[in-house]
Design a protein around this ligand. Sequence first.
Ligand code: ADP
Ligand code: MG
Ligand code: MG
Length: 209
Amino acid sequence: MANKDKVFDVIMAISDIIEEKKLYLTQLDAAIGDGDHGLNMAKGFGAAREKLESGSFQTPSDILKAVGMALISKVGGAAGPLYGTAFLNASKVVAGKEEIGLADFTAMLESALDGVKSRGKAVRGEKTMVDALEPALDALKAALDEGTAPEEALNRAVKAAEEGVAFTKTIRATKGRASYLGDRSIGHEDPGAMSSYVILKTIAETCSR
Ligand code: ADP
Ligand code: MG
Ligand code: MG
């Protein structure tokens, strides 16, 4: 599925798409938060890009670790440290490996999600990125059990994340800044769930290439 070069390409592709969606993510956050999610994400992945382009990395794990550190150190908002933890956890799962397969990726996403949930003290249904990531993980686990091919498994995970984003529109936020709005957060998609979906979609597309 992905070696070191592919993982590098995935991060570059994420950095590109986040830059492209910067305004959109920021507009989503303006509706229920403080209007900086796109800016925060672009700053973090811009820093990750610079770090990767200026250094040399031996394994997928080394790349993911550098990304996690960049996100944690360069992003002020809530999402930076949460995504940073996610990438650091994913990095640890594949320490020393040259090649990431579907089972590895599933384990990486599981550990990434665990990190987000424990650091953010969030569970599913609170209108956060967890609402995109957890359905994606469930879909991946099911696909893995069925022996589904990696490309199809990733597509199912992306679809589950997309449905998770749609679900966030129907619920009230109980974590993060959007929770200050109470019921007025209903009717808006969660920006972090949207960025998680965009990231998963980019991973799937880049790995299928
Ligand atoms: P900030 O809210 O500090 O401005 P961002 O706008 O970059 O940070 O990120 C907001 C997103 O972070 C939310 O849309 C939500 O998905 C996610 N988020 C915020 N708090 C939590 C939390 N406690 N647990 C999980 N995700 C969270
Ligand atoms: Mg914000
Ligand atoms: Mg902010």
